[in-house]
Design a protein around this ligand. Sequence first.
Ligand SMILES: Nc1nc2c(ncn2[C@@H]2O[C@H](COP(=O)(O)OP(=O)(O)OP(=O)(O)O)[C@@H](O)[C@H]2O)c(=O)[nH]1
Ligand SMILES: [Mg+2]
Ligand SMILES: [Zn+2]
Length: 302
Amino acid sequence: MKSARKSSHPKADGQIVAAFGRSYLVETADGGTVSCVARGKKGGLACGDRVTFSATGRGEGVIENALPRASLLYRSDAFREKLIAANVTQVMVVVAPVPRFSEDLISRCLVAAEHQHLRAVILLNKCDLAEQARAALESLALYRELGYPLLTVSAKHDVSPLLPWLSRQTTVLVGQSGMGKSTLINALTPEAAAATAEISAALDSGRHTTTSARLYHLDAENHLIDSPGMQEFGLGHLGLGDLAYGFVEFRPWLGQCKFNDCRHLGEPACAVSQAQREGKISAQRLASYRRLVRELAAHRPW
Ligand SMILES: Nc1nc2c(ncn2[C@@H]2O[C@H](COP(=O)(O)OP(=O)(O)OP(=O)(O)O)[C@@H](O)[C@H]2O)c(=O)[nH]1
Ligand SMILES: [Mg+2]
Ligand SMILES: [Zn+2]
């Protein structure tokens, strides 16, 4: 006998391609989309999540559950978590010579990527602004020395140099507002360009600031997620050890400090501080790390 509580609506699998608060656009295997709400869940779902949903009407449905994630990129402050994207394989940190970018934010994005064991690359966009781009490249050389690929491109001219880097990846573009993430994605996928044009026409605001993450397909194997620009990137969900591990150049020194519980804030005989004094770790990166530790300590005294 059928259970009375069992839904009579047909169930199907899909992937969240856009998340707006508590409503989600779910893409089905045939490429169609269904507008869904989540049953009994307080958010907790992200663009890129694979879900099972029940169709409740034409083009509408209810998300029943989410499948386990391979990765989750998110940021958090003391009060809440902001899910950025699920199931990505690569994080592309987009910066540009104008407006000014924050190196602290780059490091935070890299720590979040390292924590999820995701490949991370840094992309300097707007290289058509040649003079400013040269200065930006100089300050970005540090990250190339750390082992992160540093790509340069102009979304307005030619995005083809990016293609080899996007191959067989689900890539999320993250970074501050105005760096050109959406312009890059629009240049790469006609689907995205069409969606942006639609939104701009609907809002008629002339502004193109992205307000929610959106997944697009380059082709069957390559996927891109556009995300809203961020000015802050809290990492309150990480532990102290995660923070230090997220700074790749610290790793050889971890476990070498005099005190087992060294936070590398200036304690005696700290191997990380010593490495910085010897020029093996940049002062700027150590300062970024210490800012993160202090933020953590302020919210979660230990
Ligand atoms: N000169 C130049 N301008 C560009 C380039 N790429 C983007 N822009 C401009 O930069 C501005 C911001 O671009 P967006 O693509 O909206 O930036 P975004 O990173 O998506 O911003 P948010 O959605 O707010 O996070 C727009 O005016 C673009 O036309 C480029 O390669 N060269
Ligand atoms: Mg955008
Ligand atoms: Zn130490």
